[in-house]
Design a protein around this ligand. Structure first.
Ligand SMILES: CN(C)C(=N)NCCC[C@H](N)C(=O)O
Length: 264
């Protein structure tokens, strides 16, 4: 199994997240001041995503990453490989994402004077508390909703990227840096546009029992959220997700392609 895709995914994810950090800090109300938690999570998860994607495509089409522009895979294969990468990354992401959502949701009360001390002192304390209260499986609360969010979304992510690159590149040639940047940026926006409704549901399920009631499942959460707050609830965060997605994913794809071609 080629491992360079995993390494390229790790480095490109880390660079993308440096660019996305100001947006994440705004989104999380300044809670993550340091970079170590995002690096430990997003870069590792990106490595799993790109590594699994590329190796699945290799298994489906028998073409390595270097041969892929000359012998382009079908969009069906790209979609299946993207969905597989998304499914696997969702399970790796689940514990990190749960911690992020739990910390994010305690920032607001913390900001008010005279408010009680925060429940969690930081990412590690949050992980230990969840394990103590719910057992290690507690770290996977909401993982199912995350899988539902990421499996089709990442299929769309890679299909959008491939399609845009092929549209603006002569047949069987490698896309140029500008094409990769634009295609990567729009792939990020397309994926977040599709993911945002399920992202809202996932976060509510992860907060079940704390900020929200415990839902019976994804459907229950969807129906009761829409009933109480209207359909607009599913698009919360879409603007900031999209604004962040363009630079993050432009840089992620450019770095990934550059590293693989220079190791080629
Ligand atoms: C859930 N969605 C929409 C995605 N995972 N999309 C792929 C982009 C991943 C990138 N690290 C980012 O954070 O934008």
């Amino acid at each position: 199994m080629p491992v360079e895709e995993f390494v390229a995914g790790w480095i490109s994810g880390a660079l993308g997240l440096v660019l996305g950090h100001p947006f994440d800090t705004v989104k999380l109300l300044g809670f993550f001041k340091g970079m170590s938690f995002p690096i430990a999570s997003i870069a590792v998860v990106n490595s799993v995503l790109f590594g699994v994607y590329s190796n699945t495509l290799l298994a489906l089409t028998a073409t390595s990453h270097q041969e892929r522009w000359a012998q382009p895979p079908s969009y069906t294969h790209v979609f299946i490989a993207g969905c597989t990468g998304g499914f696997v990354q969702a399970y790796c992401l689940a514990p990190f994402d749960l911690i992020k959502v739990r910390l994010q949701n305690q920032t607001e009360p913390r900001a008010r004077p005279g408010s009680p001390p925060p429940r969690y002192r930081g990412p590690v304390h949050c992980a230990v508390s969840i394990c103590r209260e719910d057992g290690p499986w507690g770290l996977f609360r909401g993982a199912w909703a995350l899988t539902l969010r990421d499996t089709p979304t990442l299929g769309i992510y890679f299909v959008t990227y491939e399609w845009l690159c092929r549209q603006s590149t002569p047949d069987r040639q490698n896309p140029g840096a500008a094409t990769v940047l634009v295609a990567g940026g729009f792939a990020g926006i397309a994926s977040w546009a599709v993911a945002t409704p399920l992202d809202v549901i996932k976060s509510r399920m992860q907060m079940g029992g704390l900020k929200h009631r415990v839902y019976r499942g994804v459907l229950d959460c969807m129906v009761s959220s829409a009933r109480q707050e209207g359909l607009g609830v599913f698009f919360r965060g879409l603007t900031i997700n999209s604004a962040r997605a363009f630079p993050v994913n432009a840089v992620t794809f450019l770095t990934y392609e550059y590293l693989l071609s220079s190791w080629g």
